[in-house]
Design a binder for this molecule. Structure first.
Ligand code: GTP
Length: 891
């Protein structure tokens, strides 16, 4: 057997086959089959190789030469073998046919040959895998097509009850999924894990997106009652599915409302005015509402009228002469007010006008317009809103210069936002004070055009909602004061029952949520009190949020120049600011808290993160010289230049931190620090506001606690991002643990792709900017079965010796590693050292380890856990051997 060492890629146990040939010839024959050497194969056949013989190939396979030809896609050889009587449906030791092998390797031509030769396209192997399962799992789309064309049963289930689509979805083969679905693959089997569950479990967000688009139910339940979201483990997929669930729920209740109460046409058309302060929004609003034929030519200019900044959002409904009735929303330009804008920015049937001042420097113009366009994109993920750019103060520049500047800005913005916004083809350069100008005519005709395009597509409004909207002003007069238009749920229910006494509270709740979604009213459902209805959303913007966000209303003592977390706002200060509006300060505070603008630990003093002005001092994350200290970090970064964290994002994150963490966090304008037992966490907004860095550390080396805190902080950020900027796409990076440990001023990260590559290539990663290399296992603190069950494992692994031997035989442990573990003095320390070493290994090595220790040790500790992954209860890997077999077979 001279050639075995450096010879063919596989070898045969000597003397294990009775072929009637010399053994040497047989090796040659199989090698020739593998390499497609037709002449040698022909010779072998002439020499009398037994074509039906099965070779014992290692422990695993009893393959015929046709299995081998099929695996390697040697179609010509396969044809020759078939002509000489090879059995097309022969079994190997897993009862897999040659077609299974060709399908698994994606050898479409060979599959076609085998099918023509009467290979069974629906053959089931020992685990009931069909060739289609085999082709779908590695994502061989063309092979799947060929099998389906030949009659493969698309919805066949293997012993684990998986379909081919389940397998393809779990591995994220979106193209293969598409083919299977168009061939009738089941998307929503009842009471079973659906393909969406599998795609979710393995973090295949792109595949989840496809499955939902094709009709997968986002709330489908598996045998254990879990939705795909419950099964998702990574942040991106969780975020995606959460939003999908929310949308599906909204859509479902809309349909239900429409079905039960019928729908009416409505002609609501909204115009949102955005742009920085003093750019002319309020002036334009006034000019738009004036009828130039009957009223003056212009609205009063700054010389005549004092500039009066718009606080919050000012909403008015009026007819624009020549356009029709609009609901016009004037968004304050000052940064402080922008904190609350995102509550209203997601809107159907709306045209966005973004105003900038042509007198500003061109960089300022670009920066401001870019910010507003990003903001509109961030809040409107499901549509491509219409946007008109208006440049004010045209009277102050030479027309040519103004036009040139505007054209350049428009070109850049149109190109950058082409996938997200429909920006009108010209910038309207105008004097916003003038009502009768050609530019005003152009603006009005654009608005008219957009209105006419939007209105026919407007969805019907459920009849009950339309009726409520009609009666709201009347109810407002009866139950509220003009200064405080807030109605309580019981009064509201009473009034609605007056319209129709059969309306149930549940139905009314859905109707009211729909009106909230349209921003016709605001519906708040506090956990501890009755629902609250704000009948005029603009009132909340201008009369409540505006004053709350105005720093002047809450002055600091002179010596303090910057507001810090400990500079609380007292209840009495809130009472004073709002004394003209209401006596019911509790209700007012509930509103502020429900909109996540503030938090109180004692009911008397309040922290408003939006009002903090002090930035995080550098010494807040001091060096620790503990030997055991571990650091981990993630970075959530805006994916594209058109992505942003909206202005309300960070203050809301901070409010959520105060609410959800056991110990009060310290907060700064751009950061937060929290602590829980042995672990400290830090959240820091990058200076450009386009990335949030989250890091955790434990001086005791407590990886499990670090993981918990990191997960909690990540979840809060993901949730708030969804609430504030659902259209913002982010990428998640992993921070360099060594840079964190060295307390470098900046945060350095690795992309997910870099991490996976490094993991596959041996576990070390090099940072180009930092110039050093570190272990991937030092960067990741995801919970693994080894960290989750560490205390139990340390107790259970009393004698590590047999495990060490086993792992060394499998080349999972090196002799050095074994010796280091052996050198520890107590059984527990040896167990700990073994677990630490295993954590540095690749995933498959970990699986071998858990599968090995499972039946031997863990069964007694965790009789209900799967020995393979230590997670699921019912498990296909009944024994260690079957686990190994399965692993090897699938490789
Ligand atoms: N010359 C000139 N003055 C303008 C023009 N547009 C607005 N103004 C003046 O600029 C000042 C600010 O305008 P506003 O309309 O209040 O600005 P705004 O964008 O609503 O500002 P905020 O309410 O702070 O967001 C006012 O005094 C206007 O009279 C214009 O096109 N030309």
């Amino acid at each position: 057997m001279k050639w075995r060492a450096g010879g063919p890629p596989y070898s045969f146990a000597p003397g294990s086959m009775s072929t009637g040939c010399e053994e040497m010839d047989l090796h040659k024959f199989y090698t020739a089959v593998e390499y497609g050497d037709v002449q040698t194969v022909k010779k072998g056949l002439e020499d009398g190789v037994d074509i039906k013989a099965k070779r014992d190939w290692g422990k695993l396979c009893e393959q015929t030469s046709l299995h081998v030809a099929s695996t390697f896609g040697q179609t010509e050889v396969a044809e020759l073998l078939i002509q000489h009587g090879a059995n097309v449906v022969a079994w190997d030791q897993h009862q897999s046919t040659p077609l299974h092998h060709a399908a698994y390797k994606g050898k479409t031509k060979t599959c076609e040959l085998l099918i023509r030769a009467k290979g069974d396209v629906n053959a089931k192997n020992k685990d009931w895998w069909t060739p289609l399962h085999k082709a779908a799992f590695p994502g061989h789309t063309e092979t799947c097509k060929a099998l389906i064309d030949a009659g493969a049963e698309v919805n066949a289930r293997n012993q684990d009850k998986h379909t081919a689509l389940d397998r393809a979805a779990g591995w994220g083969h979106t193209g293969t999924c598409e083919v299977l679905i168009s061939s009738g693959a089941e998307l929503n089997p009842p009471n079973k894990a659906t393909p969406l569950h599998w795609a979710a479990k393995y973090g295949r967000t792109g595949t989840c997106e496809l499955l939902l688009r094709k009709g997968a139910e986002v709330t489908a339940k598996d045998e254990r009652g879990r939705t795909p979201l419950n099964c998702a483990t990574d942040w991106e997929t969780q975020r995606f599915l959460k939003e999908a669930e929310r949308k599906a729920e909204q859509e479902k209740s809309y349909r239900e409302l429409l079905q039960t109460s019928g729908g009416v046409k409505v002609n609501r058309f909204k115009v949102f005015l955005g742009g920085n302060e003093t750019n002319g929004k309020s002036t334009l609003k006034k000019s738009l509402r004036k009828d130039p034929s009957t009223e003056g030519q212009s609205v009063p200019s700054s010389d005549e009228e004092l500039y009066d900044p718009t606080p919050g959002v000012d909403i008015e409904t009026f007819p624009i002469p020549g356009v029709g009735e609009v609901s016009l929303w004037d968004f304050a330009g000052q940064a402080e007010y922008a904190v609350t804008h995102n509550m209203f920015m997601n809107s159907e049937n709306t045209v966005f006008i973004v105003l900038y001042n042509i007198m500003d420097k061109s960089e300022t113009q670009e920066k401001q317009v870019h910010w507003w366009l990003c903001f509109i994109k961030a809040c409107n993920p499901d549509r491509k809103p219409d946007v008109i750019l208006v440049a004010s103060h045209a009277d102050k520049v030479k027309p040519d210069r103004g036009q040139n500047l505007a054209a350049r800005l428009l070109k850049g913005m149109k190109e950058e936002f082409k996938d997200h916004l429909r920006i009108a083809d010209e910038v309207i350069l105008m004097d916003c004070r003038k009502t009768r100008t050609p530019e005003m005519e152009v603006l009005k005709s654009l608005l008219l055009e957009m209105r006419e395009a939007l209105l026919p597509n407007q969805r019907d409004m459920p009849v009950l909602c339309a009726k409520i909207m009609e009666l709201l002003p009347e109810w407002g007069k009866k139950w509220t004061t003009p200064k405080f238009p807030v109605m309580m749920w019981p009064d509201y229910v009473r009034e609605v029952k007056g319209i129709n006494e059969l309306v149930t509270e549940d139905f009314l709740e859905k109707s009211t949520q729909y009106l909230h979604h349209l921003a016709e009213l605001l519906f708040i459902t506090p956990a501890t009190s009755d629902g609250i209805l704000v009948l005029k959303p603009n009132w909340l913007g201008t009369k409540i949020f505006g004053p709350v966000m105005a720093p002047d209303n809450f002055p600091l003592p002179r010596i303090l120049r910057k507001r810090r977390t400990q500079d609380y706002i007292h209840r009495s200060e809130i009472e004073t600011v709002f004394q003209d509006i209401t006596d019911d300060v509790d209700l007012l505070i509930t509103l502020l808290e429900e909109f996540q603008l503030c938090h109180s630990y004692d009911g008397q003093t309040f922290i408003f993160p939006g009002l903090l002005t002090q930035t995080m001092p550098p010494d807040k994350w001091q060096l620790t010289h503990e030997l055991k200290v571990v650091y981990f970090g993630k970075q959530v970064q805006c994916a594209d230049s058109t992505d942003m964290f909206s202005s309300g994002f960070f203050p809301r994150v901070q409010t959520r931190l105060m609410r959800e963490l056991e110990n009060p966090p310290q907060l700064w304008r751009d950061g937060a620090k929290c602590a829980d037992r042995d672990v400290e966490g830090l959240i820091k907004l990058s200076p450009d506001g386009r990335a949030v860095n989250i890091c955790v550390r434990s001086a005791q080396g407590d990886k499990g606690q670090c993981s918990k805190m990191l997960q909690q902080l990540e979840n809060i950020i993901a949730d708030v991002l969804y609430e504030c900027s659902p259209g913002t796409v982010t990428v998640e990076n992993v921070l360099s643990a060594r840079a964190l440990k060295d307390h470098m001023e900046e945060f350095y990260s690795y992309s997910k792709e870099e991490i996976s590559k490094a993991r596959a290539e041996g576990g070390t990663i090099h940072h180009h900017d930092l110039g050093f290399t570190e272990q991937v296992s030092d960067l990741l603190c995801e919970e693994t079965p080894l960290t989750r069950y560490r205390p139990e494992l340390v107790q259970a692994l009393q004698d590590v010796e047999p495990i060490l031997k086993h792992l060394q035989v499998l080349n999972i442990l090196t002799a050095d590693e074994r010796d280091i573990i052996r050198a520890k003095s107590t059984p527990q320390d040896r167990a700990r050292a073994l677990l630490d070493t295993m954590e540095t290994k690749k995933e498959d090595a970990l699986q071998v380890f858990t599968a090995y220790v499972g039946p031997k040790i863990l069964d007694s500790v965790f009789p209900n856990l799967c020995i393979h992954c230590l997670e699921c209860k019912p498990c296909k890997y009944k024994s260690y051997d079957s686990f190994l077999q399965q692993t090897e077979n699938s490789q």
